[in-house]
Ligand binder design. Structure first.
Ligand SMILES: Nc1ncnc2c1ncn2[C@@H]1O[C@H](COP(=O)(O)OP(=O)(O)OP(=O)(O)O)[C@@H](O)[C@H]1O
Ligand SMILES: [Mg+2]
Length: 382
C-alpha cells in the first residue's frame, strides 16, 4: 500500500518515532494532505512545546478539535492537543453512575494529584482520545502523534495495563470492604496498607481508599472501553507510520518499535525518513540523472555539471571547493541510506517516504505544505 493509499483509506494513522524526529510535524502533514484529498481529518498532537500550534498559526490548541483552514485550498482539517487530565475527567463522567459519583472522584486528592502522573496515563488517554474521535461523526480519519518511541510502547500497552490493574488482587482488596460492609476485609491488604501508610502517611492511604471506593461500579465500563480501544488499534483500518531520521540511534529505536508491533500482530504500513540529504546526480557514466531536489544544498550541482564531459580545463580554487563539498555531501547521503537499511528490513511491506532536511524550521502552514509535497512521493526501495 502506498502512502497515498494509506491516507485515502485508513480510519486511523498512528505516527511514532523517537524524540525530535518530526512525529508531530508528519502527523500534521498527513492530516493536511488527507484533507486536501477530501478526507475529514483530525490530528491529535502530544506536543507540550506547542510547536505545532505555532506552525498552524493557532495561539493555543485545546483538548477539543479546532478547524484549521489550509491556505490555497478549499479544504480544512481539525487539530487538537491532548490534555491528559481533561480526557481522564471526560472518562470519569462517562462511566460514573451519576453526577455525585463523578464529583466524588474528580474532587478526590489522589485522583487529582496522582493519576495524571502515573506512568502510561498519557498514553492511555491518547488511545482513549483516538477512540472517541474515531466514533465522532465529524471525522473519518484520525491521525495520532505519540510521545517518543519507548514510551509509545506504553501507548499500545496502556489499555491492557488498565484492564490488568482492575483485575488485580490489591485493587479488589481495596474495593471489597464496601461490598462487605466492613472497613478492611482483607488481612493481607490491611498489612500492605499499614506498611505503605507508615511511609507515605495515613492521609494518602485514606485518599487512595476513598478513590477506589468511589470508583466502584465503574471498572466494568473502563474495562470494556479498554478492550474496544485495543480492538481499534488492531483493526485493519488502523495503520502505524514510523518516523525516523537517518541516524543510527533513532533507527535502532524505530527497529525496536517495529519489532514490538510485529510481535503484537500490528504492521508498520509506512516509514517516513525525515531530514535526509538528497542523493546527488552521478558525474561519471553516460546517463545523466537530473537533480530535482529542492534542498538548499543542491547548489553544488553546478560542479557536477562542469565535470560531465566538459572540455578539460584548469579548475580554480573555488571550483575545487565546490567539488570537495559535493563529494562530502554525496558521502553523507550514501551513509544515511546505509543507516536506514535495518529499518527497511524489519518493515518489509511499509511504504517509504523521504523528506529532505529543509534549511529552516517548520513554523507555518506553508512549511508543512512543502513537507506534504515530499510525503506523497512514493520512494522505490533499493
Ligand atoms: N524536514 C525537516 N527539515 C527541517 N526542520 C524540520 C524537518 N522536520 C521537522 N523539523 C523541525 O524539527 C523540530 C522537531 O520536529 P517535531 O516537533 O515534529 O518532532 P517530534 O518528533 O514531534 O519531537 P518530540 O519528540 O519533541 O515531540 C521542529 O522544530 C520542526 O519544525
Ligand atoms: Mg512531538
Amino acid at each position: 500500500m502506498s502512502l497515498t493509499e494509506l491516507i485515502d483509506e485508513s480510519a486511523v494513522i498512528v505516527c511514532s518515532g523517537s524524540g525530535g524526529v518530526g512525529k508531530t510535524t508528519i502527523a500534521a502533514v498527513i492530516a493536511i494532505e488527507a484533507a486536501k484529498r477530501g478526507r475529514r481529518s483530525v490530528v491529535v498532537t502530544i506536543d507540550p512545546a506547542r510547536r505545532l500550534a505555532d506552525a498552524l498559526g493557532l495561539d493555543n490548541l485545546t483538548n477539543e478539535p479546532q478547524v484549521v483552514a489550509i491556505p490555497g485550498s478549499p479544504a480544512s482539517f481539525s487539530a487538537l492537543m491532548l490534555d491528559t487530565a481533561a480526557t481522564f475527567d471526560e472518562l470519569v463522567h462517562r462511566y460514573s453512575v451519576d453526577s455525585t459519583q463523578a464529583e466524588k472522584i474528580l474532587a478526590n486528592r489522589f485522583y487529582r494529584n496522582v493519576t495524571g502522573a502515573l506512568s502510561g496515563t498519557q498514553e492511555y488517554m491518547a488511545a482513549e482520545k483516538l477512540f472517541a474521535l474515531h466514533h465522532d461523526e465529524r471525522f473519518d480519519l484520525v491521525v495520532v502523534d505519540t510521545p517518543p518511541t519507548r514510551n509509545a510502547l506504553d501507548f499500545l500497552d496502556a489499555p491492557g495495563r488498565l484492564t490488568r490493574f482492575l483485575d488485580h488482587r490489591i485493587y479488589r482488596a481495596l474495593t471489597t470492604p464496601t461490598r462487605l460492609g466492613l472497613k478492611i476485609a482483607n488481612v493481607a491488604a490491611q498489612t500492605v496498607l499499614k506498611t505503605i501508610g507508615r511511609i507515605v502517611g495515613g492521609d494518602v492511604i485514606a485518599d487512595v481508599i476513598a478513590f477506589f471506593q468511589a470508583f466502584e461500579g465503574m471498572e466494568g465500563g473502563f474495562k470494556q472501553r479498554a478492550t474496544e480501544v485495543i480492538e481499534l488499534l488492531h483493526s485493519d483500518t488502523t495503520h502505524f507510520v514510523l518516523v525516523a531520521s537517518p541516524r543510527s540511534d533513532t533507527i535502532t529505536e524505530a527497529c525496536f518499535f517495529a519489532d514490538r508491533l510485529n510481535e503484537q500482530g500490528l504492521r508498520v504500513s509506512g516509514v517516513v525518513v525525515n531530514r535526509l540529504y538528497p542523493l546527488f546526480a552521478e558525474t561519471s557514466g553516460a546517463a545523466e540523472t537530473p537533480d530535482t531536489s529542492d534542498s538548499p544544498t543542491t547548489t553544488s550541482s553546478d560542479a557536477a555539471t562542469s565535470a560531465r564531459g566538459a572540455p578539460k580545463r584548469t579548475t580554480d580554487a573555488s571550483e575545487q571547493a565546490l567539488r570537495d563539498n559535493l563529494t562530502e555531501l554525496r558521502g553523507v547521503a550514501a551513509e544515511e541510506r546505509a543507516v536506514l537499511a535495518p529499518l527497511l528490513a524489519v518493515a518489509p511491506i511499509a511504504a517509504l517516504a523521504e523528506i529532505p532536511l529543509l534549511d529552516h524550521d517548520i513554523h507555518d502552514l506553508e512549511g508543512l505544505g512543502i513537507i506534504g509535497g515530499h510525503l506523497l512521493v512514493d520512494v522505490t526501495r533499493v
